[in-house]
Design a protein around this ligand. Structure first.
Ligand code: ATP
Ligand code: MG
Length: 257
């Protein structure tokens, strides 16, 4: 288990326990998230991947029955400390969901929505953000002539890239992705995978995936979860070629259950 704080640790999850009502969903999870790397979370359905991902930007706060113990240090501050400003955590740590969820408004307005809330008013500045984020999400060429059209008219893969552009619009540092390609065809999936690789130059990415090929293709670090526990965490190469835990070995070789 690698969970000591190293120089490039941006987020340090320490001793995290989480309950939904009486039922415990995470057990003593400790894990680093390295800066400008892609970290994948894998494991069977119901093992707690989405739950763990949501703790990183406090998305579980909106679930009434949810109770959390432990720390998540982000840039040296515990995001679960009472004084922590949740809004600013969510601005710095954006999230992409399984099903693309563009707002029912124009492509342009989808991307300017966040910046406007955060006080950007000037048209030139908003135009610049739209172009910049769409370029980073590798969607600009496909939509630059239809920015005023509804986002709902885009294909699923385009909608997902739009959601990524929207997440980038408020200048986050971290992007959390929960099975971002599970609703997409192989070509759209390949585009998102390429995009994730490019994004890590500027951002830190944590991705939940059911697809082990995807995890091994795109991630630098992998955490394998089982029944609410982080069984093993390490460099992706090590996890996939020489795991230390038998459970991990069984899971990645498909001999499970
Ligand atoms: N809002 C909730 N209220 C109560 N229990 C929940 C809630 N969300 C998740 N759980 C429970 O917590 C456990 C972990 O769920 P989670 O969604 O994190 O798993 P997962 O690994 O993401 O699964 P999947 O691969 O199917 O998406 C499951 O037992 C699930 O039923
Ligand atoms: Mg999930």
């Amino acid at each position: 288990m690698v969970n000591e704080m190293s120089n490039d640790t941006l987020i340090d999850i320490k001793g995290l326990n989480l309950w939904y009502g009486q039922s415990q969903a995470l057990y003593d999870v400790s894990m680093p998230v390295h800066k400008n790397k892609i970290t994948a979370l894998i494991g069977p359905s119901g093992c707690g991947k989405s739950t763990l991902l949501r703790t990183i930007n406090r998305m579980n706060d909106i679930i009434d029955s949810c109770r959390i113990e432990g720390d998540i240090n982000y840039n040296g501050n515990n995001i679960y400390a009472p004084a922590c400003n949740v809004m600013s955590v969510r601005k710095r740590i954006g999230m992409i969901f399984q099903k693309p969820n563009p707002f029912p408004m124009s492509i342009y307005d989808n991307i300017t929505y966040g910046p406007k809330i955060h006080g950007v008013r000037k048209k030139e500045e908003l135009d610049r953000i739209v172009e910049d984020c769409l370029k980073q999400a590798v969607l600009w060429e496909e939509v630059k002539d239809r920015l005023e059209d509804s986002a709902m008219g885009l294909s699923g893969g385009q909608q997902q890239r739009l959601c990524i552009a929207r997440a980038l619009s408020v200048s986050p540092e971290v992007i959390l992705m929960d099975e971002p390609t599970s609703a997409l065809d192989p070509i759209a999936t390949a585009k998102i995978e390429d995009l994730a690789q490019q994004l890590k130059e500027k951002y830190t990415v944590v991705i939940v995936t059911h697809n082990m090929q995807q995890a091994s293709r795109i991630s630098d670090y992998t955490g394998f979860m089982y029944m609410g526990k982080l069984v093993e965490f390490g460099e992706t190469d090590d996890i996939f070629t020489r795991p230390t835990q038998e459970l991990t070995e069984r899971y990645i070789t498909g001999r499970f259950g």
